[in-house]
Design a protein around this ligand. Structure first.
Ligand SMILES: Nc1ncnc2c1ncn2[C@@H]1O[C@H](COP(=O)(O)OP(=O)(O)OP(=O)(O)O)[C@@H](O)[C@H]1O
Length: 618
């Protein structure tokens, strides 16, 4: 593509990007768009009127000796208009704009958060995507306001410029040409400066993210203990320093170039416009005597006002260009099409009630990984069946669960629900079939009830549901003893009366989530690590009792819990090594039996674990 057609292409893309945000702003807050344009029109009108036509009228009045009373009326009327326009401007800047900006940001952030919560999990592991997301979030608010300002400014400054220049043209046509030339320079250098700033910004984002990460970690309470009790702070400090050095070095890298370009931009714009044209006007009036002194005065004021209009116009063009480049990130984030579509699609059907979930010869490799994490996995989970996945760390158990819930798609093989590939099913409804607690579950700074329901508490039926769920996860006695019961805030983030529970109690709250959901398949991905063996056994037991009519998948490193399942799958290096009931696997004397016996040896020293085994026997 030639240079000119490339520039045309860029210009087209940038205009399209700005219009995209203008449409977005219109959808979010149409009044803001209308008022923004109206205020801009009024500003430009008063600039042109007072700088040119007002001045022209007064000077002409003197030369044609107009009636003094008429001049006074004219001035009073224009003052009244000026007063109304300044009041409107004041209201817009002080009252309307700040509030409407916040309204736009709030809605825009909601759109971004919604998108972020639906893109595939793998996007958050993709460095490039994450950078785009960070930039879209950082820039979103500023850019919307900037787009509105620059579009309205460019429209009305153009009108203002045309009307001022027509007055100047009538005085001397060459003056207009003279005033136009430096604008080309301003535009040219402004564009160059933008590209440079964009590049600098692009390069500093990864460094900025390092600094943001440290800021976040230091600030969050769940890192506070480790930071105080270890020397990790020095590593965090180095990470922050690396980020800081990176940002500074990108600034240094572009500093000289940006300085030189800025100098030319200012020199050509201001010096040439303001001094040059006035000099030319003086030459016309004094040396050539081709214009009158009153024309020179009008030319002077029109020049100042016209030049500013032109500068505003060319700055707006540059700003539109700058917006366009940044909006690319926002657009590509918002338009990102998930390979796993979250939204309902007409060709996707609602999942039928579970009869059998079958994983057939699955193979899965994480993006960027050299070898497969899972290979040749075949598992069947029937209605009402309880299965357990066991194996050493890194065997692939959690990955298997993520595939089952379609957080990732398998690289090979298929997952079927009652014989139908799950890709043909509506994803949201499919995921709603699962009640899951992961090992890295999160407790939110919200009430206990909201943490259990994972939504707002809406009715007394909900209250009862929460209480029953907490009873099943064996933590209700503790919750009932708190002054606000299930309405107690968890953590002290927003509320001094918020409670901080023990690790095991937090886990029980998280586990209560699966009892409060109308799910058909329950998955416990080892959320019981902070529980003592008896508590874990009791919870699993209670779950199996409460969920007789549901399918259950348990992942646990404690074999005493796994043995409660109807079928156990032993995984190693991403593939199933052994499968069967506890008794079958023990008789086989393979790896499962070895692992079980190793744990049993440790358990013998602790009487409580003997109790677990006894209970199972019973
Ligand atoms: N998001 C990811 N990107 C790349 N590799 C990953 C990712 N998550 C897990 N892995 C890798 O996949 C392998 C299996 O991890 P997985 O978490 O499934 O094991 P696990 O059996 O659940 O382990 P544990 O018992 O320790 O929880 C590990 O080697 C891990 O490094």
């Amino acid at each position: 593509m030639g240079k000119i057609s490339l520039a045309m292409h860029h210009a087209k893309v940038n205009i399209a990007n700005n219009l995209f945000v203008l449409q977005l702003a219109w959808r979010i807050h149409p009044q803001r768009v209308i008022i923004d344009f109206t205020v801009q029109a009024c500003r430009q009108f008063s600039n042109v009127f007072f700088a040119v036509y007002f001045m022209k009228y007064i000077i002409e009045s003197i030369s044609v000796e107009r009636d003094f009373q008429q001049i006074v009326y004219f001035i009073l009327i224009t003052l009244a208009i000026l007063l109304v326009l300044s009041m409107l401007d004041h209201w817009y800047v002080q009252r309307f704009k700040p509030i409407s900006d916040l309204t736009i940001y709030e809605k825009l952030y909601l759109i971004l958060f919604r998108k972020a919560s639906t893109v595939e999990l793998k996007c958050f592991e993709d460095h490039e995507f994450y950078n785009k997301y960070t930039k879209a979030i950082q820039e979103a608010d500023r850019r919307t306001s900037a787009v509105l300002d620059s579009i309205s400014r460019i429209i009305f400054s153009s009108l203002a410029t045309i009307s001022i220049f027509s007055v100047m043209y009538a005085i001397d046509p060459w003056v207009v040409l003279f005033a136009l030339l430096p604008i080309v320079g301003n535009f040219y250098f402004g564009k160059k400066l933008n590209r440079l700033q964009f590049k600098q910004n692009e390069e500093s984002v990864p460094h900025q993210r390092k600094m943001d990460y440290v800021n976040r970690v230091i600030y969050l309470s769940n890192y506070a203990k480790e930071i105080r009790l270890s020397r990790i702070f020095s590593v965090l400090r180095s990470t922050y320093q690396e980020g800081y050095d990176g940002v500074i070095s990108t600034i240094h890298k572009y500093r000289v170039r940006a300085g030189v370009i800025s100098f030319f931009k200012i020199f050509l714009t201001f010096t040439l416009i303001f001094q040059g044209v006035l000099l030319y006007g003086a030459y016309l009036a004094i040396v050539k005597e081709s214009i009158s002194i009153s024309s020179f005065v009008v030319l002077g004021t029109a020049m100042v006002s016209g030049a500013w209009s032109l500068i505003r116009m060319s700055d707006s063009v540059v700003e539109i260009n700058k917006n366009g480049i940044f909006i690319d990130n926002l657009k590509s984030f918002l338009h990102y099409e998930s390979e796993i579509p979250e939204h309902a699609e007409p060709n996707l059907i609602s999942p039928p009630r579970l009869q059998q979930l079958a994983l057939r010869q699955l193979q899965f490799t994480y993006d960027g990984a050299e070898s497969a994490t899972l290979s040749d996995i075949t598992i069947e989970l029937n209605k009402n069946e309880k299965i357990a996945l066991v194996g050493h760390n890194g065997a692939g158990k959690s990955t298997l669960i993520k595939l089952m819930m379609r957080l990732y798609d398998p690289t090979e093989g298929e997952i079927t629900l009652n014989g139908r590939n799950i890709k043909e099913l509506d994803l949201m409804s499919y995921r709603a079939m699962f009640g899951t607690v992961f090992q890295d579950f999160r407790i939110f700074s919200m009430t206990i009830a909201e943490n259990v329901l994972m939504r707002e508490l809406e009715s007394d039926v909900d209250r009862q549901l929460v209480i029953e769920a907490l009873k099943k996860s064996r933590v209700y006695d503790k919750v009932a003893a708190l002054p606000h019961g299930i309405d107690t805030m968890l953590t002290k983030e927003f509320d001094d009366e918020g409670v901080v529970l023990s690790g095991g109690e937090f886990q029980k709250i998280a586990i209560a989530r699966i009892f409060a959901q109308p799910a058909e398949i329950l998955i416990l991905d080892e959320p019981t690590s902070a529980l003592d063996p008896i508590a874990e056994y009791e919870i699993f037991e209670s779950m199996l009792e409460a969920c007789e009519d549901k399918a259950v998948v348990i992942i646990s490193h404690r074999m005493s819990s796994a043995m409660l399942a109807d079928r156990i799958y032993y995984l190693e290096d991403g593939s199933i090594q052994e499968a069967g009931t506890h008794t079958e696997l023990m008789q086989r004397q393979g790896k499962y039996a070895e692992l079980f016996l190793k744990q049993a040896e440790k358990y013998v020293d602790q009487e409580e674990l003997v109790e677990v085994a006894n209970r199972h026997e019973a």
